[in-house]
Design a protein around this ligand. Structure first.
Ligand code: ATP
Ligand code: MG
Length: 209
């Protein structure tokens, strides 16, 4: 019985995203939340069929999941969940949070949903935003190209529930990485080496070397 309690996570960070591909911006956001908020674990949840990106070409979910495993495997407090990848149809954050709350390991956890400021600025358009904010602590990290002015224009009842972490802005995005690969620009140091090697060996994003 005592051993079982050891497995309970008290403060769980959740880092959702398309991760197409995962990069240092995601890892830094997760790690900075871990340190600032004294979390016990950060769970990465790559999306299957993302609700906000229909129309965008995304790399197969299993490959994105694999890259998330590779990027996080050396950090003891980073874990990965395939719940959205395995789920049929679209996954909404509110449903994912409900599913995580039911998992035995996290049933007693306090949840911290970690985002970049661009994502937080869009929260009013998410499914059941007020429900999301009541189920978790919503954390947001400053991000290049998203002004605090934009954040401050969110409805007060949403904005005041967001924990804002002002941290150095890493000007990296998955969109830009794809653009850079297609235009033969350097991307090697924008993610852990294993992710770079995976992209090269699977020739993702039209990798031509
Ligand atoms: P895309 O360009 O396709 O939107 P992205 O780089 O924004 O990709 P996502 O998978 O959309 O990556 O982001 C997942 C989460 O990580 C979001 O909450 C996003 O705001 C956050 N995030 C991504 N990149 C950074 C970064 N450089 N700094 C801080 N947060 C980031
Ligand atoms: Mg994004």
């Amino acid at each position: 019985m005592i051993n079982n309690f050891k497995n309970f996570i008290k403060k769980l960070g959740i880092m959702g995203g398309t991760f197409d591909p995962i990069h240092l911006g995601h890892l830094f956001a997760a790690d900075t939340a871990y340190h600032n908020l004294q979390l016990d674990e950060v769970l990465f949840v790559p999306s299957g069929n993302p609700p906000h990106k229909s129309g965008h070409v995304v790399v197969d979910a299993e490959l994105r999941l694999e890259m998330v495993y590779l990027a996080t495997k050396d950090v003891p407090y980073f874990t990965v969940s395939d719940i959205e990848v395995k789920k049929e149809g679209k996954s909404y954050t509110v449903d994912t949070l409900r599913a995580i709350k039911k998992m035995p390991k996290y049933v007693a956890s306090q949840l911290f949903f970690i985002t970049g400021l661009d994502a937080a600025c869009g929260i009013a358009t998410w499914r059941e935003p007020e429900q999301i904010l009541s189920m978790c602590n919503f954390v947001s990290i400053t991000r290049a190209h998203t002004s605090l002015k934009k954040f401050n224009s969110l409805p007060k009842k949403l904005r005041e529930k967001v924990i804002l972490l002002k941290e150095p802005e890493l000007e990296i995005s998955s969109t830009d990485i794809k653009y850079r690969i297609q235009n033969h620009k350097s991307v090697r140091f924008m993610f852990p080496t294993e992710v770079f090697d995976f992209i090269v060996s699977h020739r993702l994003y039209d990798w031509k070397g």
